[in-house]
Design a protein around this ligand. Structure first.
Ligand code: URP
Ligand code: ZN
Ligand code: ZN
Length: 477
């Protein structure tokens, strides 16, 4: 099966050029001058399928390096299955996700890893890899890290918050980082000072401050910046590379930038919600239906931050300067009915998470439209760097001969209206992005050479997605 994408502008991180993309089977085999007859044949006449990308961008498929499909969390499960979540991803031009296997205390790491394979195998519309969450750092978990690297799980997330659920103490963090320094794994960190947050939450509830707004005020930027700084110090002590997930506070970015300026292998991810949404407008929202519980739609951790304090502008700026390296969604969807509602009258019981896997490419493209980032930077932060950061580059994250033909044809003249009943394929009863308008549109999506989205229809297949066995990070300084 040969496909030719003609007439488009191919964009990689290093630049853009007019080229036709020839795909044979699952791979890109050539980038050719537009309309090329260099091989002595009219290529367009000799392939099985021609996709006309005239006036459009041809970019590597999006890689969302932070998702939680079907995750058991907050007394319920994230509402997207691997099938619904990866189908929504496809709609939005994301052709690879990296999801988190969860180890809760006393669970066996390798058993959990096998369980995640069971859930995902045959259920995904796009390709998928795994990170491993460690909540019980002890000898057997540390040994499992070595075994998982051989399986292509080369990154491990620890938590500095959620006592009794996920939290690792500093000694456990140190031990896991020592292991990572030895075996080359990437340490990922949920950097919030959990002990401080737990006190502030109890004080807020005791004072009768129970609405979602107080989720934000009880997880202050100081708790994020302090934990980020501590994680950086522990990483420095051990020599492990450190990737700080879902960064939302500008003071946390400053800690990451300082470490990077010292030459340390420290990296930061932010998410669309920390670029666009805020404590005041979303966590503090009211509606006729939900009253001040409306804000539950945006309860996630780290929390949305104050716009008055300038965190959102700072995140955009940090993406420009590479103080932050990439954008993932931290896709962790819950419905309002029965799920977010668990926290009615007590914000601390609202399941933490926002669903965005479908909209990341569009939301970040809007940053190109508004002049926040360049076209090339858009491709870099949504595809190229995730691929390099998590050991997939060459296969993924690039349009070049030999790469998987994961390709998005993006139409800058198109338009996307986000919201329930408009563009919404995630398994949620609301959209955290209701009313967002994008001056661009995902036109066609290919996953390993197969067209999976075309003419505003999903034409792929659940079960097409394949496990990606990842290498060690390719991003170290
Ligand atoms: O609120 C969030 N971020 N939920 C998902 C779990 C995590 O901490 O990434
Ligand atoms: Zn986290
Ligand atoms: Zn997460």
């Amino acid at each position: 099966m040969k496909t030719l994408i003609t007439g488009g502008t191919v964009v990689n991180a290093s630049g853009r050029s007019r080229a036709d993309v020839l795909i044979d089977g699952e791979k890109v085999v050539a980038l050719l001058d537009p309309g090329s007859t260099a091989l002595g044949v009219d290529l367009a006449a000799s392939v099985d399928t021609v996709i006309d990308a005239t006036g459009k961008y041809v970019v590597p498929g999006g890689i969302d390096a932070h998702t939680h499909m079907e995750m058991p969390f907050g007394g319920t499960f994230a509402s997207d299955t691997f099938a619904t979540g990866t189908t929504a991803a496809a709609w939005g031009g994301t052709t690879t996700i990296v999801d988190f296997v969860v180890q809760y205390p006393e669970q066996n790491v390798l058993d959990q890893y096998a369980l995640w394979h069971e859930k995902a195998a045959g259920s995904c519309a796009v390709d998928y890899g795994f990170h491993q969450i460690l909540s019980d750092v002890q000898d057997s978990s540390l040994q499992a890290m070595d075994e998982l690297i051989d399986e292509g799980v080369t990154s491990f997330k620890l938590f500095m918050a959620y006592k009794g659920v996920f939290l690792s103490d500093d000694g456990q963090i140190l031990r896991a980082m020592q292991k990572a320094a030895d075996n080359g794994a990437m340490m990922m960190m949920h950097a919030e000072n959990g002990a401080v947050i737990d006190v502030l939450v109890q004080q807020a509830l005791a004072a009768g401050n129970t609405s979602p707004f107080f989720h934000g005020t009880t997880r202050p930027w100081q708790a994020e910046a302090e934990a980020t700084s501590r994680a950086i110090m522990l990483a420095d002590l051990t020599g492990a590379p450190l990737y700080v997930v879902h960064v939302s506070a500008k003071q946390a970015v400053e800690q990451i930038a300082l470490a990077r300026d010292r030459g340390q292998n420290v990296f930061g991810e932010t998410c669309p919600q920390y670029l666009y949404l805020s404590l005041e407008e979303q966590l503090g929202a009211r509606s006729e239906q939900w009253g001040d519980f409306e804000g539950a739609k945006w309860v996630c951790s780290t929390p949305l931050r104050s716009r008055a304090e300038g965190h959102q502008d700072h995140m955009w700026q940090a993406l420009r300067t590479n103080d932050l390296q990439l954008v993932s969604t931290d896709h962790c969807p819950f419905c309002m009915a029965d799920q977010k509602e668990l926290g009615t009258g007590d914000f601390s019981k609202i399941p933490n998470g926002i669903g965005s896997v479908e909209h990341r490419m569009d939301l970040m493209y809007q940053g190109v439209v508004t002049g926040r980032i360049s076209l090339e930077r858009w491709v870099e932060i949504t595809s190229v760097t995730p691929a390099r950061m998590f050991g997939m580059y060459g296969r993924k994250g690039v349009i070049a001969p030999g790469a998987d033909a994961d390709v998005v044809v993006y139409d800058p003249a198109g338009h996307t209206s986000i919201g329930v009943g408009k563009t919404h394929h995630m398994n949620m009863d609301y959209s955290a992005w209701e009313g967002y308008e994008i001056d661009g549109h995902v036109d066609t999506v290919l996953s390993r050479g197969r067209v999976i989205v075309q003419d505003d229809a999903f034409v792929g297949e659940v079960g097409h997605g394949r496990y990606v066995k990842r290498d060690l990070t390719q991003y170290l300084v």
